[in-house]
Design a protein around this ligand. Sequence first.
Ligand code: ADP
Ligand code: MG
Length: 287
Amino acid sequence: ATPTALMVGTARSAKMGVLIKNGEVLEEVSDIDTVVFDKTGTITVGKPQVTDVVGDQNKVLTIAASLENNSEHPLATAVVKKANENNISLANVKNFAAIEGKGVKANYGDQEAFVGSERLLEDISISREMKDQAAKLQKEAKTVVYVGLGKEIIGLIAIQDVPKPSSKAAIAELKKRGLKTVMLTGDNENVAQAISEEIGIDQVIAGVLPTEKAAEIKKLQNSGRTVAFVGDGINDAPALSTANVGIAMGSGTDIAIESGGIVLVQNDLMGVVRALDISKKTFNRIK
Ligand code: ADP
Ligand code: MG
């Protein structure tokens, strides 16, 4: 009777948009006490919009969008879209380089230009005034990227990615089930905190490079937690396979979907609640 119950369970779950890869996954789900979420595209819609430009708007957007035109990052798409809306014509840049989890650099005319987080800046100093402006925008849940030319920071661009409509309710449901919720992101601590407070997430792990995400999952496991990780990106694949249960968004990259033990057909966090509930129910029936 066991395999039949399993198949019935997974057929029913498939109808609810939850694809479960195998019986082992079902067993692991019953032990989960912590659910960790990627931010961009998982908790948030993943379609960020430029909200503020600090500095000479035309110059800042021209340089930033000329660089970002070569990147596929969601933040890059937002910057290029804003430049297009403002009818700004873009320049060709040379020696473009994307620095994973930090930003982009290229030669703009005869100078090096860059767009990215504070961690990209290295030896370039930020004025007190710029820092204060950045902190203010970050506390409004906006991601801030610095735009620089040569050794000088010429401005800031604030970019907002709002939570999906159901994220808050889904987090509340998970907490009702006694689960701890955690956000894991490469974004700045202030931004991560602001979004987490908005939707009720318990803990924030911010400023994490893509290559460090799996190690953060390991740390939680070493502290005694049994972890489900929910993500969608190429960068999320190692964290998805390290977690006790990896849950991939169906709208995500192929590699994320391959790495997940559970795949959510709909691109929304209520699927996580449904996945955990149905896995437990099915497992209880077959054990
Ligand atoms: P997440 O964890 O939200 O997926 P990433 O690891 O991709 O974030 O990026 C972390 C941070 O690095 C971003 O918040 C941003 O500050 C910076 N960054 C990464 N790629 C770019 C880019 N193409 N342009 C500007 N900033 C970038
Ligand atoms: Mg991401």
